[in-house]
Ligand binder design. Structure first.
Ligand code: ADP
Ligand code: MG
Length: 314
């Protein structure tokens, strides 16, 4: 038999073995030459195939890199645009706040001093409640640009909830919404940033009220175990469309014509600042329930813990 090497410039590929088991004729020099030529052709065919495969692989990788690059460029542009819009919104909200406070203040004063039979009372009520809505919007925008440093203090969450509800009383009445408070009176104080938590609760409650445009029940609950407390905000409103579930907490995501889309983004930031978790359940046309879970003491913040079932964000 005869052996011819298969090789490339930089490495060997193997060997080609030819024998005369069938022909039985002697292997002469011409046969060897032929085998050598054949081996060379085979080597370069192998080489070409290999190069071709490598090229194709690189093209695929290149295309992927290109795609990723284009995507991140897109994200970057969007982030930059959002940040500019955010700064403008914060500036605008700040400017609107002071005159709005005067309008609201005078409006409330006029309403208080107007006799019950005054025909303009209804219009004054509209001014007052619309100003309140604007004030909340302004607070949401400012709140979003402000949440940075947290100040944790021992806080009675039940009282906090009650005081938030006092400020929202008027809206509940206007919307024919019944309030059910299921607050566990044994709830211990929790270490929280009161202003932030107040804002988060107001945002959840506003959403709940807005989801019940033709009336309903708003239920607020508190409960606790050894380490955590939980606050629930439940409405009997329109519910959240499943296809919106993963976008809810994205800044500026809104399905409302006059929404800011910042409410839930703020809630999620506040919960993050507290190392807590948030989950929700929603059934279209039945209602929605949001649950905030917070550590009672900051030393539990870092303890890993399995989240309960549901759609959660931690
Ligand atoms: P906004 O209220 O300004 O629209 P949010 O961030 O507060 O912004 O809420 C985002 C969206 O999530 C809302 O537009 C609405 O579609 C949906 N959503 C939030 N809470 C509720 C709720 N309780 N019931 C129904 N839909 C809700
Ligand atoms: Mg909202």
């Amino acid at each position: 038999f005869a052996v011819a090497p298969l090789y490339l410039a930089d490495r060997e590929l193997g060997v080609l073995i030819a024998d005369n088991a069938i022909t039985r004729s002697p292997i002469d020099l011409t046969n060897l030459r032929l085998l050598q030529i054949y081996a060379q052709a085979a080597s370069s065919a192998v080489q070409n195939t290999r190069l071709y495969r490598e090229l194709m692989e690189r093209i695929v990788v290149g295309e992927q890199v290109n795609l990723t690059l284009r995507e991140s460029q897109h994200h970057l542009l969007r982030a930059e645009r959002l940040s500019t819009i955010g700064k403008m919104a914060a500036l605008l909200a700040h400017e609107i706040r002071t005159p709005l406070a005067s309008i609201g203040g005078f409006g409330r004063r006029m309403l208080r001093s107007a006799p019950p039979e005054d025909p303009r009372r209804e219009e004054m009520e509209i001014i007052v409640s619309e100003v309140r809505r604007l004030e909340r919007l302004v607070d949401e925008v400012l709140g979003y640009s402000r949440i940075s440093k947290s100040e944790f203090k021992s806080t009675d969450i039940n009282s906090l909830i009650r005081s938030v509800m006092v400020t929202m009383q008027e809206e509940l009445q206007r919307g024919s919404i019944r309030l059910a408070l299921n607050l566990d009176s044994r709830l211990p104080n929790a270490e929280v940033d009161e202003a932030q938590l107040r804002q988060a609760l107001m945002n959840l409650i506003s959403n709940a009220i807005e989801a019940m445009s033709s009336g309903g029940t708003l239920t607020l609950t508190t409960s606790f175990d050894e380490k955590y407390c939980e606050i629930g905000v439940t409405d009997t409103g329109v519910g959240i469309n499943k296809e919106h579930w993963d976008k809810l907490f994205t800044p500026f995501f809104t399905t409302k014509t006059t929404g800011t889309g910042l409410g839930l983004a703020i809630v999620s930031q506040v919960i993050n600042n507290h190392g807590g978790s948030l989950r929700f359940e929603s059934v279209p046309m039945k209602g929605t329930s949001f649950h905030i879970r917070l550590a009672l003491h900051p030393e539990h913040l870092l303890q890993a813990e399995a989240l309960p079932e549901g759609n959660s964000l931690s």
